[in-house]
Design a protein around this ligand. Structure first.
Ligand code: UFG
Length: 327
């Protein structure tokens, strides 16, 4: 099939492009390169453009016979979203609304949308299941939840079938070592820890050790980026064989504390990795762990890189060989 990947030059998007190509699909990438990197594309036909630019979007649909769309294009920093809610609502909601408008006009009926664990806010149960209450505690999560609702109404009105995938903590890098995580500025735990291992930073600041968890630090569910990408492909195949729109969590179902992640990285890298306890970061829930049973049973999804060691090993190979990312 011919798949349009919006935000395909970003961290998760570029791994999606790789997954599609490895499985023999044709890919068209649309990315404004604000956060993405053209060098992250292992193939596909590239269009530089912004989803808020309707003309640019129509050009892509006019010039290519698109069978389905996968949408990663979004701003995704929780802290920034609290400071700049309008930016998040305008970009994350506005972009996808434009995309849905173009899909409607060009008769494209399938979309896989990248949602987030942030739609749940402070979870009521661990592990979190898809039916748990959604109560985002920041505009980023709110913007993704709003799009999930918009998708439902577009399905209802136009028959556009969707799968929304709520990711937990995406981590790791492609097994080839060719592509990986490069954000500027970097805010995520594993890349920052590995930058300390590479002596690009002096220490990792641990945001809070007074949470109600086994060692006082926050617990997260880390999921390999290529396993995430594979779930998108399975979701697309399921939609295209005539199934209904659905929402799935994607995680490994195992929680690791910040201290455990640092310790695992010390073992994987053989480096000291200095850590210092700092204040809590606003808006961080103590524990986020997914139940992905629904994705496993309905999509037949089976994560390949489900140990934290392997996830960090793949990230380490990427960071060691690309200390300055794609620069
Ligand atoms: N952390 C530190 N020090 C750092 C960076 C992070 O202690 O320098 C901690 C955070 O406080 C958190 C954990 O490491 O407890 C993971 O933090 P990340 O920033 O790597 O990831 P988040 O859990 O904050 O964010 C992820 C996704 C978001 C998504 C969110 C849902 O990256 O897109 O989960 O809550 F919205």
């Amino acid at each position: 099939m011919n798949v349009l990947v919006c935000g395909g030059a970003g961290y998760i998007g570029s791994h999606m492009v790789a997954e599609l190509i490895e499985n023999g699909h044709d890919v068209v990438v649309f990315d404004n390169l604000q956060k993405g990197h053209k060098e992250a594309l292992l193939g596909g036909k590239f269009y530089k453009g912004d989803l808020r630019d309707r003309q640019a979007l129509h050009r892509v649909f006019n010039e290519n016979k698109i069978d389905a769309v996968i949408d990663f294009a979004a701003d995704s920093l929780v802290g920034e979203s609290v400071q700049e809610p309008v930016k998040y609502f305008e970009n994350n909601i506005g972009s996808t609304v434009n995309l849905l408008g173009a899909m409607k006009e060009h008769g494209v009926k399938y979309i896989v949308f990248s949602s987030t664990a942030a739609v749940y806010g402070e979870p009521e149960n661990i592990p979190i299941v898809e039916e748990d209450k959604t109560f985002p505690t920041n505009p980023y999560g709110e913007s993704k939840l709003a799009v999930e609702k918009i998708l439902k109404w577009c399905d209802n009105a136009y028959g556009i079938k969707y799968t929304a995938l709520r990711y937990f903590n995406a981590a790791g890098a492609h097994i080839s070592g060719k592509i990986g995580e490069h954000h500027n500025p970097e805010t995520h735990l594993i890349p920052i820890i590995l930058q300390v291992a590479l002596k690009k930073r002096e220490k990792i600041m641990v945001f809070g050790d007074d949470y109600d968890t086994k060692d006082g630090t926050c617990i997260r569910d880390y999921i390999h980026v290529s396993d995430l990408a594979n779930a998108h492909l399975l979701a697309l195949e399921r939609l295209m064989s005539g199934n209904d729109s659905k929402i799935y969590n994607l995680g490994n179902g195992k929680g690791f504390s910040v201290k455990e992640v640092i310790e695992t990285a010390r073992n994987v890298t053989g480096k000291e990795i200095k850590a210092e306890i700092a204040a809590r970061r606003a808006g961080d829930p103590a524990v986020l762990v997914a139940s992905s049973d629904k994705a496993k049973s309905e999509l037949g999804w089976k994560p390949k890189y489900d140990s934290l060691e392997t996830i960090i090993e793949t990230a380490w190979i990427w960071h060691k060989n690309h200390p300055y990312g794609y620069c």
